[in-house]
Design a protein around this ligand. Structure first.
Ligand code: F6R
Length: 605
């Protein structure tokens, strides 16, 4: 979704802004723009399409001289992706420029009011109201105008505001949308995401909702919503620059798939001490919990669906999985005996935040499993476990999903230990099995060199079915999502036992069916389904353990998996499916890291 950056210092701002925007490209966008102040004038350049176009239009920033500026990548919500709708927006008198992440919910009323007062609107965006409010409230005091304008806004916003009268100053405002300040020496920055900051500084200040800040080259002053100065701690950004670069891989997604053994190891290793799961940050009394509700969106939700099996099996507590966008409006049966588990790579997903708040309001305690340190979900949950996957740049998640699932396994063992639902010997053997997962994920990558060839066979398909039972079904959900979002092939996951209740009508000659057969408690049953679809002409690509000869002889093609502890198998099982989706998308010439219409961090409902 939209990304914002800002710079004030002694360098020319435009090249710094363009570099920062490039780092935010992965979030998904359809237009971009920058604004720079010089000689009490704000110069703006915007383009529809890619940042490369903006670099071209501004001669890599050299056509916009000046040392203070703001930039934006826009993912269209209100109004089509055009040059005019792109940010920054400027006031009618040219005095102010604004970039905005989020949505102004009351923009229609404000637009009407401002139009009646004679302000002229150029764009169809909700954002433009902000810049006219700035003009309306400005009487020589920039800070006061920022406070008055923001007090009129409802919705979510992270703002960067320039004023031509104060050329060395930027005001930023945060309300329900991420905003991080980068602290430099003789220069300061802001961005919606640390990836745009790490090339310049590791020192960051995380703003809270309702706070705003004044940035000059030599100072950062944060204020509370009443305008009183407040002191904020400076946090250290631990992500390094290489982690956010491709490192020789053709795509970020491929790099991130390959990084998974390391990411899962980084997630597990510090949390196993002397054979025990140690989750220092938690003091949850599991004896007070009578139900666990897992909520999230997209792949994070599917990680929850797979993790549910481990939690129920190990803890013997009912676990419910709910899409956050549904749960928030479902009048859910949640009380103080419910433990809510919230999964989110970015920690900024709007629906997940809303569901979390709704459940907390009903008395639930919330455990967040999040990748981005200092993100909104990490802050508002009662407990937080980080996934330590490092920056995930490809829009389609891979290591985000597998590390979320890994943390769910760690938590399941931790909770089971507390509840006494696991015998000592079984507990120890499961902890050992957990430690084996990184190696097994690497084996899953190594033992399937034929995936590019399979992709050549299957990439012409118009649709694919992913089938499986139990944990295999949970993995099928994520396998199908990966396929459709990056290759644009319609892919549907189906519980194999449900085929006969409808979907089998769609099976025809050469219809690809990806059959997941790694959960051996149900593979015999799934094999019957394979026979049924093959009898109707389907082409079956099965995923199973190499020594499962029955399946090898039944399927047309195979993907293999090393033998893994059944409870933890999904985290290994997804790996060849991610790779298959990647190669099919590559065959189809798709923009793998930035699939059309998708955004990395979905900060609007
Ligand atoms: C799919 C994907 C999305 C995210 C979803 C939630 O590959 O990445 O479905 O999983 O948008 O995002 P987070 O985990 O940031 O809350």
């Amino acid at each position: 979704m939209c990304g914002i950056v800002g710079y004030t210092g002694s360098q020319n701002a435009a090249p710094v802004l363009l570099e920062g925007l490039k780092k935010l490209e992965y979030r998904g966008y359809d237009s971009a723009g920058i604004a720079v102040v010089q000689d009490q004038t704000i110069a703006v350049s915007k383009v529809m399409g890619r940042i490369a176009g903006l670099c071209e239009k501004t001669a890599d920033g050299s056509l916009l001289p000046g040392t203070t500026g703001i930039g934006h990548t826009r993912w269209a919500t209100h109004g089509a992706p055009t040059d005019i709708n792109a940010h920054p927006h400027t006031s009618n008198d040219g005095r102010f420029a604004v970039v905005h992440n989020g949505i102004i919910e009351n923009y229609l009323e404000l637009r009407q009011e401002l139009t009646q007062k004679g302000y002229h609107f150029e764009s169809e965006t909700d954002t433009e109201v902000i810049v006219h409010l700035m003009e309306m409230y400005y009487q020589g005091d920039f800070k006061r105008a920022v406070m008055k304008a923001s007090s009129r806004l409802q919705g979510s916003y992270a703002l960067g505001i320039l004023c031509s009268q104060e050329p060395d100053k930027i005001f930023v405002v945060r309300e329900a949308s991420p905003l991080i300040l980068g602290v430099g020496i003789g220069e300061n920055f802001f961005a919606s995401d640390v990836t745009a900051l790490v090339a310049h500084t590791r020192n960051a200040v995380y703003l809270e909702d309702g706070e705003f800040a004044e940035l000059t080259p030599d100072s950062i002053q944060v204020y509370d919503c009443a305008g009183h100065p407040i002191q904020k701690p400076i946090s250290r950004i631990s992500w390094d620059i290489q982690a956010a670069e491709k490192g020789g891989y053709e795509h970020f997604m491929l790099k991130e798939i390959m990084e998974q053994p390391r990411a899962v190891k980084a997630t597990i290793a510090p949390r196993i001490k002397n054979g025990e799961i140690v989750l220092d940050d938690l003091d949850i009394d599991m004896h007070c919990v009578n139900k666990i509700v897992i909520t999230a969106c997209g792949s994070a939700y599917y990680a929850g669906c797979a993790g549910k099996y481990a939690l129920e099996r190990l803890c013997r507590i009912p676990v419910q999985t709910e899409l956050a966008s549904e749960l928030r409006y479902a009048d859910p049966l949640i009380d103080s005996h419910t433990l809510l588990i919230v999964l989110s790579q970015s920690g900024e997903t709007a629906d997940t935040i809303a569901a979390l708040r709704e459940c907390q309001r009903r008395g639930a305690k919330a455990l967040a499993i999040v990748n981005v340190v200092g993100s909104t979900i990490a802050k508002i949950a009662d407990y937080c476990l980080y996934t330590w996957a490092g920056p995930e740049i490809a829009v389609a998640t891979t290591k985000g999903y597998t590390t979320q699932l890994t943390v769910l396994y760690l938590f399941a063992l931790y909770a089971a230990r507390q509840l006494g639902t696991l015998e000592q010997e079984r507990y120890r053997s499961l902890v050992s099995a957990l430690k084996m997962l990184p190696k097994q994920m690497q084996q899953a990558l190594d033992m399937n060199p034929g995936i590019p060839k399979l992709a050549q066979k299957y990439h012409h398909s118009e649709s694919m079915f992913f089938i499986g039972r139990n944990t295999d079904y949970a993995v099928a959900l994520e396998g199908a999502l990966k396929m459709k979002e990056i290759s644009y092939i319609h892919a549907e996951s189906y519980a194999a036992g449900e085929l006969k209740h409808g979907t089998i009508a769609l099976i025809h000659e050469r219809q690809p069916v990806i059959a997941l057969c790694c959960n051996e408690s149900v593979t015999e049953k799934t094999m019957s389904n394979i026979v049924e679809v093959k009898a109707r002409g389907a082409e079956v690509l099965a995923l199973a353990f190499r020594d499962n000869q029955k399946i090898v002889s039944l399927a047309d093609d195979m993907l293999f998996l090393p033998r893994t502890e059944p409870i933890f198998c999904p985290v290994v099982e997804i790996v060849p499916l991610q790779m298959l989706a990647y190669h099919v998308a590559k065959e189809n010439g798709c923009d793998i890291d930035k699939p059309k219409n998708l955004a990395k961090s979905v900060t609007v409902e």
